[in-house]
Write a protein that binds this ligand. Sequence first.
Ligand code: AMP
Length: 613
Amino acid sequence: MPEVPKATSPVIVDVSLAEKNKKALQFIEDVTANADQVQQRVLVEILSRSAHVEYLQRHGLNGRTNCESFKKLLPVVTYEDLQSDINRIANGDTSPILCSQPISEFLTSSGTSGGERKLMPTIEEELERRSLLYSLLMPVMDQFVPGLEQGKGMYFLFIKSEAKTPSGLVARPVLTSYYKSLHFKNRPYDPYTNYTSPNETILCPDSYQSMYSQLLCGLCQHKEVLRVGAVFASGFIRAIRFLEKHWVLLCNDIRSGTMNPEITDPSVREAVSKILKPNPKLADFIEGECCRDSWQGIITRLWPNTKYIDVIVTGTMSQYIPTLDYYSNGLPLVCSMYASSECYFGLNLRPLCKPSEVSYTLIPTMAYFEFLPIHRNNGVTNSISLPMSLNHKEQQELVDLVDVKLGQEYELIVTTYAGLYRYRVGDVLRVAGFKNKAPQFNFVCRKNVVLSIDSDKTDEVELQNAVKNAVNHLVPFDATLAEYTSYADTSTIPGHYVLYWELRLSGSTSIPPSVFEDCCLTVEESLNSVYRQGRVSDKSIGPLEIKIVEGGTFDKLMDYALSMGASINQYKTPRCVKFAPIVELLNSKVLFSYFSPKCPKWIPGHKQWCTKN
Ligand code: AMP
């Protein structure tokens, strides 16, 4: 007689999992097939709930919830337009200014305004919307890589420091908010959120202890790991780099079954002690692999059952693809979702496609989406700079989610449940295809961003101001800056900003190296708080470097651009370079190179709050 399956038998688990997966996929089918109706419903829902909020009253909506009035009366806005409303909330005004529901906290975006992180008000129920998007990811993946429920995910997840606004609302990055929420901490057992890192290691505020303990747990459970990842590619590479530096200590712990005394957080020690057992054989194996001359393929060597790396490599993160390929011997790189502090947008329905082909399907229940067509000028520059405020005609060009055209580029505009109305996210997307009626978008770029290593986003104006501040150090030497450009160098780990400076020297005294080092530091001090946090707290960005190039180098750069077809009338020195032959040209002209001697200043929270507190 066949044995009666036990309650916990894998067959039963699989059935319920299969059903859950089917439901999730059906949800995607439904909302994409009815994208237009869903979008209209979302807009009506947002506008009727917030009918009496000050912002909508101010713009004369007077409780109307129809799309025509909304489009006619509400302006398309940027963060700066909302800043005074947001400041009021941060300073304790609890009246319904933007949203009828209480603001539960601020999410600090990596986008900045006036050098400080943008503050996005959010409400409790948004956590559910975010959780919903997360819950769709693995059912999609299961169609392409089945069996992932039988092992674990080794994800390096971290929290960042948080601050309080003068009114006492917490301000922190969206992922910190999510990992600290009960949705994450008390998640019911789900084979798809079965991570090698215990919650305590993820929630440890000390970045060294958090990384160390997560790697230790990942190594101890190396055979169970079926997928690895982090949010962004830069974070995953940082973990591998950490392993390169600390594997001896990690192996000692695994050999003896006791934890390095540098890990002092009691909750981390307790959680890890449940996983860490003396295992000299495993320690020898890891040591053998780490001692080899080359670290090529280290991921597949140490975690041999890994099927893919789950990290975002679209947008500026594409610069890390070669490094990931090297460490993983070309494992698939999976970009699963597209999200921001303002709103979680959508997911990749073909997760095993090539990074260059990744497209994200916006989920129509997340927010009300509109799209501003981008008209690129076909001149020499490929940069996208859009006017800060839109005139009436431009506002009328906005199209709805279901009306975007294949191949066209758009700027994303959202209206959210948390109180943003026709808000310009700052991302440029290109329509790559459709899932039913819902468009799928390639991420093209973030508007105006020239330099990025991790989550930092530096634009041309910030860079220009920072350089302007730094060149003051050259004044006593009768030296001026003739030309400059920049480069995000990710060949070092962590990556760092490089500035190429061509000087015009009139004085006879030579400039001591310490002056250039001061210049490096001044640039860093002048950059936004996300950059400085990356340098100081996250250690995700290395010291800034200034490379002094020979006189005439920038003429050569122009000659090169002209030889490639640029027009002499329109030629402008690019303030950031990416194209390898140009970087090589610049590097071949370097006379001296200097690094920032120390970290710039950074404090959690906004400057204004810290002086007030
Ligand atoms: P933040 O507001 O700090 O959460 O940053 C959100 C921004 O990160 C988005 O607006 C995008 O510019 C970028 N981003 C998020 N997800 C992706 C993705 N999958 N691919 C490329 N860029 C992304």
